[in-house]
Ligand binder design. Structure first.
Ligand code: FCB
Length: 449
């Protein structure tokens, strides 16, 4: 591997998720999800945008797969909408399954490797009823196992790699503590209960899937581990940053890879949760072996004792400013954070890693048939250089997936913030590959920068 090139077999991919691109929310027997309910609540998403139509990928998937062929994409990371496959969260809807079977077959026919995420936040609404529903319910891990088994049995023979959860941190802390995401709850203590049930769902699903998947299957989880830096050397800032690392990262890493929730985590969360949701045997169920790990990265976080925006799930840590360039999302651009994080995860887990998401959000338009997104090219270039550096220092990184193939429904930010390599005109659904798409195709051709 020289300075510019990646090892042979390095996987170049793009990523999307179901609710963000599919649309067709009431077609093919799909039931409502918590994101349908949330996005239809006035005032919670910018411009009151919803995923009702999104990129209309449900109807245009062939065209979208052909776009990937044009770019030379080797692997496509997509997610399955649980409410399409099980509209009430429990009963199988064959029409929904058929959609994903066609999609997967379409990928394989085009020589693109599917990387299938089971849960990218669109929980069936019928599983989130009442005060203690959704991920607060101890029943959810088993519902998730049933769902995972349906996909494993139906598509496991043709999907070589399956990811259980996407970014459980967001599901737990943004869904239940800060309320920025569905279901929009705002009590810190709830986030810890939700996080534990997500962990349990992951562990049980991995164990169940092993029974139905071929032995060659690659089973993983995709985490958005936070690269947390202390705001300063002051002891109170260092303590706040350690606290943030514990609740955001080790809440997932400890049980998945460390043998159980650590004493440090338990001590650090005293007063935030009483851990009454944890039962004997749970940690063993969560800590099952994985074949690889997905890592989503956009920016590091600087954290201190305040002042600043509160860190979700706690009142003891606050975000501090990171000086330097930012994206229109307000996210600092610090590629070295990705090198540091990859090396940490390599040390902590020893697993092969895929960068399952990385990309830049911008507000941009087509001018004379072209989108000159040089800022995105710079971002991707510098982050790929950071990946390369982590590999040079020993991290076992097997692939890189740009977020995203298409401009799409960016959760609480709606359609205003665009992450695609391909521009989508949401009025007529026209797709226009941006300059970054052509650049990425070139990177793929030369297997390097
Ligand atoms: C990640 C999400 C993904 C997308 C990017 C920008 O947190 O997994 O769906 O919204 O952020």
């Amino acid at each position: 591997m020289n300075e510019e090139s990646f090892p042979e077999g390095f996987v170049w991919g793009v990523a999307t998720s179901a609710y963000q691109i599919e649309g067709a929310v009431a077609e093919g027997g799909r039931g409502p999800s918590i994101w349908d309910t949330f996005s239809h609540t006035p005032g919670v998403v910018d411009n009151d945008d919803t995923g009702d139509v999104a990129c209309d990928h449900y109807h245009r998937w062939r065209e979208d797969l052909d776009l990937m062929v044009d770019l030379g994409i080797a692997s496509y990371r997509f997610s399955v909408a649980w409410p399409r496959v099980m509209p009430d969260g429990r009963t199988v809807n064959q029409e929904g399954l058929d959609f994903y079977r066609r999609l997967v077959d379409g990928l394989l026919e085009r020589g693109i490797r599917p990387l299938m995420t089971l849960y990218h936040w669109d929980l069936p609404q019928s599983l989130d009823v009442g005060e203690a529903g959704g991920w607060l319910s101890r029943d959810l891990p088993d519902r998730f196992v049933d769902y995972a088994l349906v996909l494993g049995k139906e598509l496991g023979d043709r999907v070589p790699a399956i990811t259980t959860l996407n970014e459980p941190w967001c599901s737990a802390y943004l869904g239940y503590a800060s309320g920025e995401h569905a279901p929009g709850r705002t009590e810190d203590a709830l986030a810890y209960r939700a996080a534990h049930h997500l962990n349990l769902a992951h562990g049980r699903a991995v164990t169940a899937l092993r029974d139905v998947l071929p032995p060659t299957a690659d089973v993983s989880v995709a985490l958005n581990l936070l690269q947390v830096q202390a705001a300063s050397d002051r002891p109170e800032d260092v303590v706040a940053a350690q606290h943030a690392d514990l609740i955001a990262n080790r809440m997932f890493l400890d049980p998945m890879f460390g043998g159980g929730y650590s004493d440090e985590l338990r001590t650090s969360t005293a007063g935030l949760t009483d851990w009454s949701f944890l039962r004997p045997g749970d940690e063993a169920e969560i800590g099952v072996g994985l074949d690889s790990l997905g890592l989503n990265f956009y920016n590091p976080s600087r954290v201190g004792a305040g002042p600043g925006a509160p860190f979700p799930g706690t009142h003891r840590a606050f975000f501090a400013d990171i000086p330097g360039p930012r994206t229109v999302m307000g996210w600092p651009i610090v590629p070295s954070g990705l090198t540091d994080l990859l090396l940490r995860v390599h040390r902590d887990t020893g697993l092969p890693i895929r960068v399952t998401e990385n990309g830049l959000g911008a507000q941009e338009a087509v001018e004379d048939g072209v989108v000159h997104d040089t800022d995105r090219i710079d971002y991707l270039h510098s982050h790929l250089t950071a990946v390369h550096e982590a590999m040079r220092q020993g991290a076992d990184v097997r692939g890189y997936y740009v977020w995203s193939l298409l401009d799409n429904f960016e959760w609480a930010w709606g359609y205003d913030k665009r992450f695609g390599l391909v521009h989508v005109d949401f009025a007529d659904q026209r797709r226009t590959p941006k300059a970054s798409a052509h650049w990425y195709a070139d990177v793929i051709t030369r297997n390097g920068l």
